[in-house]
Design a binder for this molecule. Structure first.
Ligand code: SF4
Length: 415
């Protein structure tokens, strides 16, 4: 029928296939090492010292990545209550509660995705950095007690305007202090040249990931925030490896070609918005479809940019890791965050802001101290705040959020 409205369709990014392959290789390598004992395994917080661990021969596993998978597969809905019943409040990080609950239940969504994997790889050491929140340390301490595995880490600053020399020196010193304990567990001495090499690879990965995200500044944008939450996988779990860099070297030309050909991720892109805060993992597909049907592209986000570490410098590994992991968005004060988002809004030509107030992640919900109002006034554009959560869908009302989003997009249209 000629006048029937055409259903919006997803435009698949071809490099998603190699991305999935890299993620599968990552989990199979860990599984094999855990079963055979061929390599030591370190669990690391998402913005913890992965480069140091890799340089010391550990395979690195990221429980937050597992938390996101628990959310995306909605297995979290069954596992969060188990941790709640064991005394871990429904108000604390739902990555923590989903993951600990899954462990208690003896379940992992990895077994659904990857044949032969029946459990997460057991750690030889747990290494945290509290730069993002306190929850990560409490999370790792639960496993430390449960599995009788050492838990060590870095106590970071928070809410800083910009890092100064005393901040960097304190974190750098703590990084160096981890080395003797890690040497004892890994059974090998730290090779400074190897550390420099890994930091160099990680910096390259950061540059490539930044270049990927920067493509969203093109009009129309060749990718959306929802694409990026998948494509960021290699930067999260494999930074510091050549494989991660090879993946982005493959992805970037595909996106460049889209920009050259004017191919939009969202057909007929009408509006461009900024997403602040955590993804709602169990609703990625639904939200992506909603925005697609509203001809709105979420072109940039705070979340995906959290794996850009431009300060890493192979010539100065410890201090540069300390700076990169202290100057992160999540570590910064509200005024520094506001400056950052303002720059992003200009660079990506956004015409509205969406803030996700994630109930169990106050550290990454930036709507609570007047920021949406200040940004809306500064840019003279609308903003909307939706209440929800990263993993606990009991805290998210789909009906209410979609109504809010539709009203918000209508406002953008009026403008
Ligand atoms: S930053 Fe938020 S989501 Fe991430 S571990 Fe901390 S509380 Fe959980």
């Amino acid at each position: 029928m000629a006048d029937e409205k055409k259903k919006p369709t997803f435009r698949k990014i071809a490099a998603t296939g190699p991305c999935k392959k890299l993620m599968a290789d990552h989990f199979y390598e860990l599984d094999e090492a855990a079963k055979s004992g061929s390599r030591k395994i370190a669990w690391c917080t998402s913005v913890g010292p992965a480069e140091l661990l890799r340089a010391m021969g550990f395979l690195v596993y990221f429980p937050e990545n597992h938390g996101a998978i628990l959310g995306a597969t909605r297995v979290a809905l069954d596992t969060i209550p188990i941790a709640n019943a064991a005394g871990y409040s429904p108000e604390i990080c739902s990555y923590l509660t989903s993951d600990v609950g899954a462990y208690m239940k003896g379940e992992t969504p990895l077994s659904m995705a990857y044949e032969g994997i029946t459990e997460v790889p057991k750690p030889d050491v747990l290494v945290y950095n509290t730069n993002q929140c306190r929850d990560v340390k409490d999370w790792f301490m639960w496993y430390s007690r449960e599995l009788d595995v050492p838990c060590i880490g870095i106590e970071s600053f928070c809410n800083i305007d910009v890092s100064r020399e005393p901040h960097i020196a304190a974190v750098s010193r703590q990084l160096q202090d981890l080395v003797p304990a890690l040497e004892k567990i890994s059974g090998q001495k730290l090779d400074l040249d190897r550390l420099k090499e890994v930091v160099g690879l990680s910096r390259k990965c950061s540059d490539l990931w930044e270049e990927t995200l920067q493509m969203g500044a093109a009009v129309p944008s060749p990718l959306t925030f929802f694409d990026s939450t998948i494509l960021m996988g290699p930067a999260v779990v494999a930074r510091g490896t050549q494989e991660a860099n090879d993946f982005y070297e493959l992805l970037i030309p595909e996106l460049k070609q889209r920009v050259k050909d004017g191919v939009a991720a969202v057909d007929g892109e009408k509006h461009r918005i900024y997403w602040d805060g955590m993804p709602i993992w169990g609703k990625l597909r639904d939200l992506s479809t909603t925005f697609l049907s509203l001809q709105t592209c979420v072109v940039a986000s705070t979340y995906c940019n959290s794996w850009v570490f431009s300060d890493l410098d192979s010539a100065n590994p410890f201090d540069s890791m300390a700076k990169a992991y202290t100057d992160l968005f999540i570590v910064r004060s509200d005024s520094a965050k506001e400056d950052y988002i303002s720059k992003m809004a200009r660079d990506f030509k956004v015409d509205g802001f969406l803030f996700h107030d994630a109930k169990t992640c106050p550290s990454n919900s930036n709507n609570r101290y007047g920021m949406p109002e200040r940004l809306a006034a500064q840019f003279k554009v609308p903003s909307v705040t939706i209440a929800g959560d990263l993993n606990d869908l009991r805290l998210y009302s789909e009906e209410q959020s979609i109504t809010q989003i539709e009203a918000f997009i209508e406002q953008l249209g009026e403008k």
